[in-house]
Design a protein around this ligand. Structure first.
Ligand SMILES: C[S@@+](CC[C@H](N)C(=O)[O-])C[C@H]1O[C@@H](n2cnc3c(N)ncnc32)[C@H](O)[C@@H]1O
Length: 289
């Protein structure tokens, strides 16, 4: 088995439970997010675009169609495994001299010079950062005057605030409320940076960094869960900071507890008998000329 860091392991495997059809469906939804982030960046022919936390290249690869022959796309990420993965994908497709790969922490982007990019994109990266203001400041620093930043972040505070006792991830479990709460607590404990901000916090950070003409669009959905395959659900984890549900059940519960919990949760997951709260933020901002 190939050893990968937790970012690569999650993006390439456990976010979709290792299931190709769940991956296809997830990437299909993400294609819409990607296009909206790129539309928000108002990319022009010849632009240099920096994608921060590029992962497997969702946004950066698609940006190549928009920057023209003389433009450039910089893939940056903290994870060398993901940068290598994206570089391998590119090489297998014949390579592209317009691409470069830079390992950099979004909280500083020290490897990127001041005022060297026209467009900065990022998707679902700020939520993992302890110092989001430092990242906004770095975004401003690397952009040229007149440069645009365009990003997507989930506002997970919305689903965190919707937590209720005896309900695990939107599935009411009246037969096992204590187990549901123990598991909820376990999954929320390590993810402080993912739920400590909302859209207004991000807007204020971008404003403090020096950005102007900031536009934020927030969509909140409360909806019934989709039905899911139990094996895929067990093998999935909601983010790179926590294990899969199956691993968590092994760690937290005794065998009889696990049985009782699965007996109640499984039919609900398979039937989609639960609710979910989701909030999507698209934000764009301009560095003044
Ligand atoms: C949820 S993934 C999103 C990946 C990609 N933007 C996409 O849309 O598919 C989060 C990404 O942020 C990267 N990341 C995490 N912490 C980072 C940091 N401090 N600086 C830069 N990138 C980071 C991870 O390696 C991972 O690629």
């Amino acid at each position: 088995m190939v050893e990968r860091d937790n970012w690569a392991e999650w993006l390439l495997e456990t976010r979709f439970g290792g299931d190709p059809s769940a991956r296809r469906a997830g990437l299909n939804w993400l294609a819409g997010v990607r296009d909206r982030v790129l539309d928000g960046a108002a990319i022009k022919d010849g632009d240099v675009l920096l994608d921060v936390g590029a992962g497997e290249g969702l946004i950066a690869f698609a940006a190549l169609d928009r920057v023209g022959r003389s433009g450039g796309v910089v893939f940056s990420d903290i994870s060398s495994d993901l940068l290598n993965h994206a570089a391998d994908l590119l090489a297998r497709g014949g390579g592209d001299v317009r691409c470069s790969f830079v390992q950099a922490d979004a909280q500083g982007l020290e490897a990127i010079d001041d005022s060297t990019v026209d467009v900065l994109t990022t998707r679902s990266v700020l939520l993992y950062l302890r110092d989001k203001q430092r990242a906004a400041n770095a975004f401003w620093r690397v952009l040229r005057p007149g440069g645009r930043a365009s990003l997507y972040e989930p506002i997970n505070k919305v689903n965190a605030d919707a937590r209720r006792p005896g309900v695990f991830r939107g599935y009411a479990l009246p037969g096992n409320p204590e187990l549901a709460d123990r598991l909820t607590e376990f999954f929320y404990a390590p993810i402080g940076t993912m739920i400590d901000f909302d859209e207004r916090d991000l807007i204020a950070m971008f404003e403090r960094a020096g950005f102007r003409e900031i536009r934020a669009e927030l969509e909140i959905r409360v909806r019934r869960q989709e039905s899911k395959r139990w094996d895929v659900y067990l093998n999935s984890s909601p983010n790179p900071l926590v294990p899969t549900l199956g691993d968590a059940l092994d760690r937290l519960f005794t065998p009889p507890e696990r049985c009782a919990f699965e007996d109640e949760l499984r039919p609900k997951v398979e039937a989609g008998d639960g609710f979910t709260h989701e909030a999507d933020l698209f934000l764009r901002a301009v560095k003044p000329e």
